[in-house]
Design a protein around this ligand. Structure first.
Ligand code: MG
Length: 214
């Protein structure tokens, strides 16, 4: 009987301990409460752009940075000749159904918004059918549609025009555009499942790499 009682007590203590040690959930919030900032830091959401007081405007690439969008590209390849207007229309209209938001990048966007930074999305996609992508990104990430740009022939000039202080991307070209425009270059890791394999040498341009951002 005594043994049973001590076993029960041990069990109850273990349950309380487990409950007390559970990691605090990271809940995206609209305003930067001290608790939200603590939660962000505890979750390892730190990049040079979040910790630099001179940063006011940040930009992000979309494919393999904000979205795992290979499934949308697969739909394009199935339905049209690659890189035609018809192809881009299929891709841009497929994301909401088949692309997947990258959780680490979403947390980074929320953290910038909590700091009051202006967030822009700049993709190298063609803008055929692009309204669908804009609407999807805008409602999902709380970014105005007017802050979402298609730049198929390079991003450097646009980054300069918009006054972007830091730019996140998965491709070497994103890191180069950022450097050319005088923005802080930050690498988001590409998923190994991505269908896109070119222009990818993380760390080769001395850029900061966001850990666990695949
Ligand atoms: Mg990309």
């Amino acid at each position: 009987m005594k043994q049973l009682k001590s076993l029960l007590l041990t069990l109850i203590a273990a349950i309380f301990l487990a409950a007390g040690c559970a990691a605090p959930p990271v809940v995206p919030q609209q305003s930067a409460s001290p608790a939200a900032i603590e939660a962000r830091e505890a979750a390892g959401i730190t990049t040079p752009a979040l910790d630099d007081p001179s940063v006011k405007k940040v930009g992000l690439d979309i494919d393999d940075t904000v979205l795992f969008s290979s499934p949308a590209f697969d739909k394009g390849y199935e339905g049209a000749q690659a890189y035609t207007d018809e192809f881009w229309t299929i891709v841009n209209r497929s994301d909401e159904e088949v692309s997947i938001l990258k959780p680490k990048t979403v947390e980074i966007i929320k953290a910038h918004q909590q700091k009051g930074h202006e967030v822009f999305l700049i993709t190298a996609r063609n803008n055929s059918g692009g309204e669908a992508l804009k609407k999807f990104m805008s409602k999902t990430l709380d970014i105005p549609e007017s802050n979402i740009f298609f730049a198929p022939s390079g991003k450097t000039e646009l980054l300069k025009e918009l006054g972007i202080d830091a730019f996140y991307g998965d491709s070497d070209s994103d890191i180069r555009y950022a450097k050319e425009a005088g923005a802080i270059p930050i690498r988001i890791l590409r998923s190994p499942e991505s269908g896109y394999k070119s222009s990818y040498n993380p760390g080769s341009l001395d850029e900061f790499i966001v850990p666990d951002s695949e």
